[in-house]
Design a protein around this ligand. Structure first.
Ligand code: ADP
Length: 598
């Protein structure tokens, strides 16, 4: 038998080995972490350098083997049929004192196109890997769901939640001995728990200690302010100085995709030093039919209750639907899901110590009952980051690199970008530097930014006049319209489909709005066009056209006054928008408008 044939056979035999509990869990944690960090391409065998900080150094071998399994199945060279990736556990101590000579091992490693590096602590990550890596991921200890799934796969039986909770947080190497094929783990766990006399604190799922805190994250706006307050309140609650009834136990976080809603929840958990449980309707739905979904949802709340104090993050809560606009064959299904979610949210005592954070990028599509006080009654928004926040986010993802370089120019060019886009820009820059085998430079960062088109002086002047019109009239009629001015912006350079400016208003909370308010709002909307006409003799088409244009918003408000609010021509209700919401007058806080001008 020639050598290569023997090797292939050995590998085949290796692949046929029964999977081990620990490896299943490790694989799941790696895959989940890559997905959450938007690094799916690493799973598809694309070039990448990813560093992982292990939850426990003693589990290093298990994670390395699991990563090898993942990459082996996905990274094969088409022509050679051989694997072409590398997975290493880097446990060399950091050199103290004078800088060390370049390490040849390291250089060889970085020459690999697909590299996973595991370290037991951030400090032991060599600077060259730190700067070359697409991302540094903190692996957290497995949650109950993952442990349960792995236990069921191995033992072929459903292991009760309390048994799983009792060993959560233990090293995977130990759990590997507890969960063996076709063996009942319950008596072993009972013996283990008795011997160890585990206190409730030890049983808790470990907090997300590796995540950055709110102080490390930029651009979170009012969410960070609320988060810091909550951290103080939770600390007082734990000390017994504040009753649970006085803690803000639910918050709704809205903001465009990629602005850091999940990142905020994770940083908040770290700031409060409590565990975080991340869920979404899609994840519960993946469990099967309606009954399984409801079971999974209730189990998530039960699990959080057992881990209290903790944070339960539910992403994309708009996907529950809004009972006001439900229609068609899914109506009954959606109603049951929303009602079950409301039941889970209800009952202060029932979920004492569990702070629920619901997130969505479509705040207008959420059932009002979910956002009621006592449930997710508090609403905080995470906006697209301003220039200062963009610099902070760039620096966060640069992890100390290019520290002496001025980032203002790049931050300006990233105007309108979310934190996720900024993170991707840094990743792309790193990849470029890596492919050319040299350190990262500012030019690498600039290289991947979206091209900008410089406005002519006339076009820029027009944009300024247009937005000034909104600002002046908004200032004069704001009270009457029940809205207040938040911010106005104009840009000298725009992206291909970008707008040259916008003015944002927010609805003043707690005011009722009659016909005069709606007319004032329409006046504010058309004031940009009016300002253009007064200053230049005619207005351009910038205020019309698109879905977010001034004229479209003004027209919809006028139509709603007429058709559904009984403010013009009698008081009948026509709901011109059908079952949609286009002409509904929703008096929600979230009617921040962007009156764009091109
Ligand atoms: P969302 O939940 O709002 O869609 P995420 O929190 O999942 O966004 O963020 C997506 C990616 O963007 C994450 O990998 C995160 O690191 C990055 N990101 C987003 N906002 C920020 C921020 N303010 N600071 C640092 N990174 C951010």
């Amino acid at each position: 038998m020639n050598n290569s044939f023997r090797l292939r056979r050995m590998r085949m035999m290796d692949d046929r080995r029964a999977p081990e509990f620990a490896k299943i869990v490790a694989r799941c944690l790696i895959v989940r972490a890559l997905r959450r960090a938007s690094l799916r391409y690493a799973l598809y065998g694309q070039p990448c350098v990813i560093a992982f900080v292990l939850p426990l150094a003693s589990d290093a071998d298990i994670f390395v083997e699991a990563a090898q399994d993942i990459l082996r199945s996905r990274c094969r060279s088409r022509d050679r049929g051989a694997a072409y990736y590398k997975v290493v556990y880097w446990n060399k101590p950091r050199p103290v004192g004078k800088p060390s000579a370049p390490d040849t091992n390291l250089r060889e490693m970085l020459a690999e196109n697909r590299l996973f590096v595991f370290v037991s602590e951030m400090e032991s990550l060599p600077p060259s890997i730190r700067s070359a890596s697409d991302a540094i991921i903190d692996l957290v200890t497995p949650d109950i769901d993952v442990l349960k799934m792995a236990a069921r796969t191995i033992t072929k039986r459903n292991v009760p939640d309390d048994v799983i909770s009792a060993v959560a947080g233990e090293p995977l190497s130990l759990l590997n001995e507890v969960f063996k094929p076709n063996r009942d783990p319950v008596p072993i766990v009972r013996r283990l728990t008795r011997a160890r006399d585990v206190g409730p604190d030890q049983q808790r799922i470990r907090s997300a200690v590796e995540q950055p805190t709110l102080d490390d994250i930029h651009g979170l706006g009012e969410a960070a302010v609320w988060g810091r307050e909550l951290a103080k309140d939770l600390a007082d609650f734990r000390e017994g100085l504040l009753p649970w009834a006085d803690v803000d136990r639910g918050v709704f976080v809205s903001g465009p995709t990629g602005t850091g809603k999940t990142t905020f929840a994770q940083a908040l958990a770290r700031t409060c030093n409590v565990p975080i449980h991340i869920h979404s309707l899609a994840r519960w739905q993946a469990k099967g039919y309606l009954n399984d979904l409801l079971k999974a949802m209730r189990a998530a709340f039960d699990e959080a209750r057992r881990a209290a104090p903790c944070i339960l993050f539910v992403d994309e809560i708009d996907s529950f639907g809004d009972r006001e606009t439900l229609d068609g064959k899914n109506e009954q299904y959606c109603r049951e899901v929303i009602n079950a979610f409301l039941e889970c949210l209800d009952g202060i005592e029932a979920r004492e110590g569990v702070v629920v954070i619901g997130a969505s990028n479509m705040p207008g599509k959420i059932d009002k009952a979910i956002l009621r006080p006592g449930r997710l009654g508090k609403h905080v928004r995470i906006p697209l980051p301003d220039a200062e926040a963009r610099i902070g986010i760039l620096r966060h993802h640069l992890r100390g690199e290019l520290a002496s370089e001025d980032m203002k120019d790049i931050a300006i060019r990233l105007d309108g970008s979310s934190g996720a886009v900024i993170e991707q820009a840094v990743r792309d820059a790193r990849r470029k530097a890596r492919s050319e085998r040299r350190p990262l430079t500012v030019a690498d960062l600039q290289h991947g930014l979206p091209p900008r088109i410089a406005l002519s002086d006339e076009a820029f002047a027009l944009a300024c006049v247009h937005e000034a019109g909104h600002v002046v009239v908004g200032h004069l009629l704001g009270n009457e319209a029940g809205r207040y001015l938040v911010e106005a912006r104009t840009f000298r350079e725009i992206t291909h489909d970008g707008s040259a400016g916008w003015t944002a208003f927010r609805q003043t909370p707690g005011v009722t709005r009659g016909k005069r308010a709606y007319l004032a709002q329409i006046t504010i909307l058309v004031s940009g066009i009016a300002a253009e006409a007064i200053s230049f003799g005619e207005h351009t088409d910038g205020g019309g056209g698109g879905d977010d244009s001034d004229l479209r918003h003004a027209t919809l408000i006028a139509a709603a006054m007429h058709v559904s609010a009984g403010m013009v021509g009698g008081s009948r209700f026509g709901d011109a928008g059908g079952r949609g919401q286009s002409t509904r007058l929703r008096n929600s806080e979230e009617s921040t408008a962007r009156y764009g001008s091109r």
